[in-house]
Design a protein around this ligand. Structure first.
Ligand code: DLL
Length: 433
């Protein structure tokens, strides 16, 4: 079950002791090596000696994406540049890129965490794994690649691009595992159907992440391809993919707690909230050398469960992501998450999880239009059938989000496909600002 280490099965006390020891060392290191952190700690009257274990975590200030932007490009690095062996960066839609640097040990730890995730998906050294996340500054491609290689699997570094070629190689090489975004895997599944080669693929499992997706979408992927689909989470500021992954029970994602310390806080008060309640995930890195971060506010919304899992692992599990506190839309005062629309569509049948929300403001009133792809058969039907379906979808979405919505049906493949992170929202209100 376990890849290479036993940390995932430590008792709670053993884990807390390990985390405390690592946190104390880390705080001392950033205080002495990162001027930005030293000043931040001094501003609240903190010395490294004030932090004696995880019980003192709350005394430490938070870190945000703005801190990384303010210190662009290398200001938060805790080692000399000569020890940095890799740089990744995330573009972000506003402002400067956030840049992260890895030492050789950081790359080893990262590979270890991804290898543990791949193990949770039931894949091992005898598998042939296509990595179809983008390679480059984005962490998905190289992160997946090093993790799969570390465990001794045969890696096919596809990146994103030519989907038909990907499918052909999947068949010719006997590929058994794939790493890519969930939306891209759905596109790959459609391509497999179009090529009429469903019975030729030998795929067993996938690890999908980098964007929010729902449990229904996971089940849809499993059904379409006849595989086990797993959720893998991560972010470049903290490491990349592999911070947490779900096992065969799919009851939350096992957090790699020996390397990353999770907290769930209220996005409003920033105070910790109890297990099981949704809040913002905050992560402190425990072993990072290149760019260690303390209490990094991810903006990702989830809950945490510290009870042991049926699989035997004792690491805390975080729930499937509800979205990000900052891609929560506020439409006419109502909080709306794209995942609510996706769930409503998948529950209905006849629709696909491909949709695009267009939010606008007309005469000072917010409007929501949702473009929804529907199955081919509806387009050969009469106009009346289409009208009925539109009304049904409008009703289902309205029930889910509590807002009136206008639905426009789109033919299969009518919405643009993405090979990386998918775009589900166009907020024209922002564009007009
Ligand atoms: O997306 C790293 C990654 C690559 C994760 C491949 C998983 C697989 P960033 O580009 O920095 O890094 O984006 C990080 O993506 O804060 C979440 O909002 C979102 N995200 C990542 N994984 C998931 C997931 C990579 N499994 C941001 N479910 C994060 C929901 C996810 N959202």
């Amino acid at each position: 079950m376990i890849w290479n280490e036993t940390k995932e099965c430590m008792s709670r006390d053993e884990m807390l002791n390990l985390q405390s020891a690592r946190l104390v060392k880390l705080v001392d290191r950033v205080y002495h090596n990162v001027e930005y952190y030293r000043k931040k700690m001094q501003a609240v009257g903190l010395e490294p000696g004030d932090i004696r274990g995880v019980e003192d975590l709350e005394k430490l200030p938070f870190t945000t994406k703005d801190d990384l932007r303010d210190t662009y490009p290398f200001g938060m690095f805790a080692v000399d540049n000569s020890q940095i062996v890799r740089i990744h960066a995330s573009s972000g839609t506003t402002g400067k890129a956030t840049v992260v640097g890895y030492t050789r040990k950081d790359i080893d730890v990262w590979s270890e965490c991804v290898a543990r995730g791949i193990t949770m998906a039931g894949l091992g050294k005898n598998d042939i794994i296509q990595v179809a996340y983008g390679y480059g500054l984005f962490t998905g491609g190289l992160g997946g690649h090093y993790g799969a290689e570390k465990m001794g699997a045969t890696v096919v570094p596809m990146s994103t691009g030519n989907t038909k070629k990907l499918v052909t190689m999947m068949i010719d090489f006997g590929v058994t595992g794939i790493l890519c975004t969930p939306s891209y895997l759905l596109h790959i599944a459609e391509t497999i159907e179009e090529m009429g080669v469903r019975d030729k693929i030998r795929l067993k499992a996938s690890l999908n992440g980098a964007e929010p997706w729902t449990e229904r979408m996971r089940l849809k992927i499993e059904e379409k391809l006849g595989i086990r689909a797993h959720d893998i989470y991560g972010l470049s500021e903290i490491m990349g993919p592999g911070v947490a992954t779900d096992c065969e029970y799919h009851r939350g994602l096992h957090f790699q707690e020996d390397h990353f310390l999770p907290e769930i806080v209220s996005p409003e008060t920033l105070k910790p909230i109890p297990d099981g309640e949704i809040g913002e995930l905050v992560i402190s890195t425990l072993t990072k050398e290149g760019i260690p971060l303390i209490r990094y506010r991810t903006k990702d919304l989830t809950s945490i469960d510290h009870t042991p899992c049926e699989c035997g692992r004792t690491t805390a599990r975080i729930g499937r992501f509800k979205g990000r506190s900052d891609d929560m839309l506020i439409i006419r005062g109502v909080n709306v998450f794209p995942s609510q629309i996706e769930t409503a569509l998948l529950e209905m049948g006849g629709t696909t999880p491909h949709y695009l929300m267009i939010v606008d403001r007309v005469n000072n009133l917010d409007t929501l239009e949702v473009h929804v792809e529907v199955e081919e058969r509806f387009f050969s039907d009469e106009i009346r059938a289409l009208e009925t379906l539109t009304a049904k979808i409008e009703h289902a979405i309205q029930q889910a989000i509590g807002l009136a919505v206008k639905v426009r049906l789109v033919e299969p493949k009518g919405l643009e496909r993405s090979m990386g992170k998918s775009v589900h929202v166009i907020d024209k209100r922002k564009l007009d600002d």
